[in-house]
Design a protein around this ligand. Structure first.
Ligand code: NCD
Length: 363
């Protein structure tokens, strides 16, 4: 059995198969209308969501399956203090596959460790959001015809933007990728991502603050929302919330074949006058999310034309060491609240220990 918690859980070849399947579904969705007849998807959403939860639900319905679940922590036994481990043990008896969104980083990983069904990470805190990445990859592929040799600019909240972290993981495995990281000083990409993804893969990467300066050289511009709900200091959010606003005037600085992506929802970081620019790809991106989630559900259930995936341990548990008396100090890590959890750490190439659940460095 396989899960998807981080894009690294899938090999490049497996991702290619998924993307081909997503494209085949997009070309003829009706052909797949009964692939999941009789199957049940559980959507376990402990945090608000529009697109992700609805697109998972729609994906399973378009495959002929059924969906059950909850859409806020208040509506689940989490409000009574139930652990993620217990919840998934119960849900494993009710559903064939589960998609989990949780405000605490590493919660879907905790679930996967106790699950008898495939678990999909639908967003864990500011950590990862691998199904958004599938959506993003399909959009980049359809716009640019390739996933390699691209200069990709990420702009906005690169600290808490989990979609950025997952897409950086995924793209780091393709030839000729360059990153331009555009953010205020306070919202730079977490150091562990630079150390674990950029440095070992020798990816040319610049960190800058000016969107205008970066624009002219970009093939892809990935805009993000400043993630208000993840700020410990609300005044800092107020100070940073208008850091970047992409408008029609700034679009004039971009290449004619650049594509603008955004995971949505947007607040004010892309003005409405950009929507009609042919380079705006964000609504097409949400549509691709449906096809890629259909492809993913089929694949994890072993119902894809390419057959079941080979068994493989979770990317982040490989080589993990137990430190029972040393809980992770990151305030949004699942290890802080989950009863009965033994802290696990992974040693990075530089010898540093990082929490296997949230990837933050061990203090
Ligand atoms: C993103 C998320 O939840 O991380 N939204 C989504 O799933 N499409 C981005 C965001 O909330 O800003």
């Amino acid at each position: 059995m396989r899960h998807l918690l981080d894009p690294f859980d899938f090999s490049v070849e497996e991702l290619d198969d998924l993307l081909h399947l997503g494209q085949a579904i997009a070309a003829d969705p009706a052909k797949y209308a009964h692939v999941c007849d009789g199957k049940v998807l559980a959507t376990l959403f402990y945090e608000p969501s529009t697109r992700t939860r609805l697109s998972f639900t729609s994906a399973m319905m378009h495959l002929g399956g059924n969906v059950l679940g909850f859409s806020s922590a208040n509506a689940s036994s989490a409000s009574k203090g139930e652990t993620v481990a217990d919840t998934i043990r119960v849900v494993s008896g009710y559903a064939d596959i589960a998609a989990m969104r949780h405000p605490l980083e590493g919660a879907p990983m905790r679930a996967a460790m106790f699950s008898r069904i495939p678990v999909i990470n639908a967003g864990d805190g500011g950590h990862q959001h691998p199904t958004q990445t599938l959506t993003d990859l399909m959009t980049i592929l359809s716009r640019r015809g390739r996933l390699d040799h691209l200069r990709v600019g990420f702009c906005g909240d690169l600290k808490y933007g989990r979609t950025v972290h997952s897409l950086m993981h995924a793209l780091s495995r393709y030839e000729g990728i360059e990153f331009v990281l555009i953010s205020p000083e306070e919202l730079r990409v977490p150091r562990h991502l630079i150390d674990s993804v950029v440095v070992p893969n020798n990816i040319p990467c610049t960190e800058v603050t000016s969107l205008e300066d970066a624009m002219p050289s970009l093939d892809i511009l990935y805009m993000t929302r400043i993630q208000r709900e993840r700020f410990a200091d609300k005044l800092e959010y107020e100070r940073l919330k208008n850091s970047y606003i992409l408008d029609a005037e700034k679009m004039k600085l971009g290449k004619a074949d650049m594509a603008v992506l955004h995971p949505l929802p947007r607040v004010n970081e892309i003005t409405l006058d950009v929507d009609n620019d042919p380079r705006a790809a964000y609504f097409e991106q949400t549509q691709n999310g449906l096809y890629m989630r259909m492809a993913l559900i089929m694949t994890l259930l072993g119902l894809a034309p390419t057959g079941p995936l080979a068994d493989k341990p979770l990317a982040f548990l490989q080589g993990a060491e137990k430190y029972p008396d040393d809980p992770c100090q990151f305030r949004n890590c699942i290890t802080r609240t989950e009863e009965g959890l033994i802290p696990l750490y992974v040693r990075s190439e530089s010898g540093e220990l990082r929490c296997a659940y949230c990837e933050h460095s061990k203090k």
